[in-house]
Every structure is written in structure tokens, then in C-alpha cells.
Design a protein around this ligand. Structure first.
Ligand SMILES: [Fe+2]
Ligand SMILES: [Fe+2]
Length: 367
């Protein structure tokens, strides 16, 4: 509660004769006198989530841009938000992930040792340029999609909005770094096929934010994260290794938010699980078509083989390993989110030799 202090009589009109309002000085009902303690990192959003300021309502009273915790006029403007339930957007790790995102921003201009690039054999330069063409294309969906939904999020979920802002910045940087790599070493941008663009369209057209989050964070970005995780094997030089490592940190945050958002949604509203399953039924098929598309699979295989010479004996087997990793970690993420896909998925688990035990064991774990 605001402290009651007796202030001297103050004017009720400005020198120009306009009425003055001193309610902010002596009539506020909001919590006053909070003293959040900075942590070792500085004053974080977690540090200021103190008292009533740390309480995020399940169903906010207003749909305005009023800051959560302030006294709000009853007739405050309705901004037309449609994501007004905490289960629509929240994740228990979202505040921490926002702080992590801010602390770990990097620069595609400055933090990649571009000057160390040397001429590569033509097949490898073509392959990395084709992969970068595709990545430049798909990265931006993960900026467009949060942007599409953000203005519909109730402002009481400010931390979730702020996290999505960091994701948008991250994706701009990813599009930037892959475009730069395609152009930086004597190559260029290669083929953009209709298949990948169709997948992006499926994601952007998802009917609800939670379905969109399942398709993008859990499925699409999860698959890209595993490509980055295999970056040590895919990268022809230390420059690309560094690019993949830097992008991997960012991507891991986006996937961690999505996984925990879906978990929060399913835990608090079990009916939403079916909605998510339906989106994933479609999404898995589309993504597998995308992953096995002839350009993507050949470019990755050439990179994994270190050139076209060993593409059959080394490239394709390693590429199959990557696919198994991608599907295993995706299904494990579903379990962590509280979504049992093992009973439902159309992915041919036996044919691909996917071990379901580690997937089942992931249920209930946090990351
Ligand atoms: Fe990305
Ligand atoms: Fe991402």
C-alpha cells in the first residue's frame, strides 16, 4: 500500500488555469516501498518480481497497456488483446530466459572471425551456400510468427512479450549471419524451393498461438537446433563452427520457452493438449518432407562428408544420424511438455531405429 504522508497544500490549478491532479502523490493504492535487491548479475527482472509485482494473474482484469501492478482507471482503453489467459502464453522459465537473452546478445558483424575464411573446394562452398540459403529463408519465420501474435498478448504478460522481442532480434541476427556467410567467401545464395516456403506458411497460418508455438518452437526450431548442435561436423571451417555455436545458444532458448509454454498450457488446461496434437499431426508430416527434400539432404550430406567424394559412404549415414537425433530430441521435448506423441506419431520409429526409452525418460524433466 502507498504510504500516507502529509504534503503541504498544493495548487489545484496550473498557472495557466488547467486543473491539476496530485493523486499519484498521495492517493495511489499500488504497492509502495519495495526494495528489490540486485543479484550478482545486476538488477534482473526476477529481482523485481517482488510482492504484488511478481504476481501474474491467470486472467487479467484489463486489456490495456497499463503496467501490471499500477492503479488502473476502470475506463482504461481496451486494446483488443485476444491472448488474455496466462495459459495462452506463459512459461515458468520465461523471465529467466529473457534475462539470459539480453545478457547473451552477440553481433554477426563483430563476433564472427570473417577474416579467417579461406577459399574452399567448389563442392563444399556450394554446399554451405545452399544450406545458408535455406537457413536465411527459414530463420525469419521465427521472427514473423512472434511478431504476428505479440500485439494480441495481454500486457499483463509483459515478460513473455519481452522474451518474444528478444527472439525476434535473435532471428534477425540469424538471418543476417547466414546471408553474410553465403556471400562472404566467393559463393552466393543458391536455390530457394517451394517446399520450405510451404512449411513456413503452415506455421504462420496456425489458428492459435499455442498451436503456432508447438509448430515453431517445438518442431521447427527444435530441428534447426539439432542442425546447429551437429555444427562441429557440418561446418567446413572454424568460421561456420563459430556461427553454429552462437546461433545454437539462441535457438536453445527459443525451444526451451516453447517447451515450457506448452507444458504450462497442458498442465493448467488439459483440453489444450488435443489442439496441440492436431497441429503436430500435420506439422510432423510437413517437416519430414522438408528435411528429406532433395536439396537440403544433399547439401547436408556433402558437408558432413567433407565433399562429394564420400557422400555415399560417409555423408548419408551421418545425415541419417542427424535425422534420428532430430526426431528423438523432438519426441523427448514433447514428453517434457506433457504431450505423449509416441502413441500418436506417424514417424516410422522402428524403421528409423529410434530408441523410445530415452524419450519416455524425458517425461517430467525440465530441459
Ligand atoms: Fe533462429
Ligand atoms: Fe529461433
Amino acid at each position: 500500500m502507498a504510504e500516507t504522508v502529509a504534503y503541504p497544500d498544493l495548487p489545484t490549478e496550473s498557472p495557466m488555469g488547467a486543473p491539476l491532479d496530485w493523486a499519484w502523490l498521495r492517493g495511489a493504492k499500488s504497492e509502495w516501498g519495495v526494495h528489490p535487491k540486485p543479484s550478482a548479475r545486476g538488477l534482473t527482472m526476477l529481482d523485481i518480481a517482488t510482492g504484488t509485482y511478481g504476481e501474474v494473474p491467470d486472467r487479467p482484469k484489463h486489456r490495456s497497456m497499463a503496467p501490471r501492478g499500477a492503479d488502473v482507471d476502470d475506463d482504461t482503453a481496451d486494446m483488443g488483446y485476444i491472448l488474455n489467459r496466462k495459459t495462452d502464453v506463459w512459461a515458468d522459465n520465461v523471465v529467466e530466459l529473457y534475462e539470459e537473452a539480453v545478457a547473451r546478445q552477440w553481433s554477426a558483424t563483430r563476433d564472427i572471425p570473417w577474416g579467417e575464411l579461406t577459399e574452399l573446394p567448389s563442392d563444399l562452398e556450394h554446399a554451405i551456400c545452399q544450406l545458408c540459403t535455406l537457413l536465411t529463408e527459414v530463420e525469419m519465420i521465427a521472427a514473423d510468427l512472434p511478431a504476428k501474435w505479440m500485439w494480441r498478448l495481454n500486457h499483463d504478460f509483459i515478460e513473455a512479450k519481452m522474451f518474444l522481442c528478444t527472439q525476434i532480434m535473435d532471428e534477425a541476427r540469424h538471418a543476417e549471419v547466414f546471408r553474410k556467410r553465403a556471400l562472404a567467401n566467393g559463393g552466393g545464395l543458391l536455390l530457394s524451393r517451394s517446399g520450405p516456403t510451404s512449411l513456413l506458411r503452415t506455421i504462420i497460418e496456425a489458428k492459435t498461438y499455442t498451436q503456432a508455438s508447438a509448430l515453431m518452437h517445438l518442431l521447427g526450431e527444435g530441428f534447426v537446433l539439432d542442425i546447429f548442435r551437429m555444427g562441429e561436423l557440418i561446418a567446413p571451417t572454424d568460421v561456420e563452427k563459430r556461427i553454429f555455436r552462437m546461433c545454437m545458444q539462441d535457438e536453445a532458448r527459443h525451444v526451451a520457452y516453447g517447451t515450457m509454454h506448452l507444458r504450462y498450457a497442458v498442465e493448467h488446461d488439459p483440453d489444450v493438449a488435443e489442439e496441440i496434437h492436431e497441429a503436430l499431426d500435420v506439422g510432423e508430416g510437413v517437416l519430414i518432407d522438408f528435411g528429406t527434400a532433395p536439396d537440403v539432404s544433399t547439401a547436408l550430406a556433402v558437408l558432413l562428408a567433407g565433399g562429394t567424394e564420400h557422400v555415399e559412404d560417409k555423408g548419408f549415414p551421418l545425415s541419417m544420424e542427424l535425422t534420428v537425433k532430430q526426431l528423438t530430441s523432438y519426441l523427448a521435448r514433447c514428453e517434457r511438455a506433457g504431450l505423449n506423441r509416441l502413441e500418436r506419431t506417424q514417424i516410422p520409429l522402428d524403421m528409423l531405429g529410434i530408441d523410445v526409452e530415452p524419450i519416455k525418460a524425458a517425461a517430467g524433466s525440465a530441459r
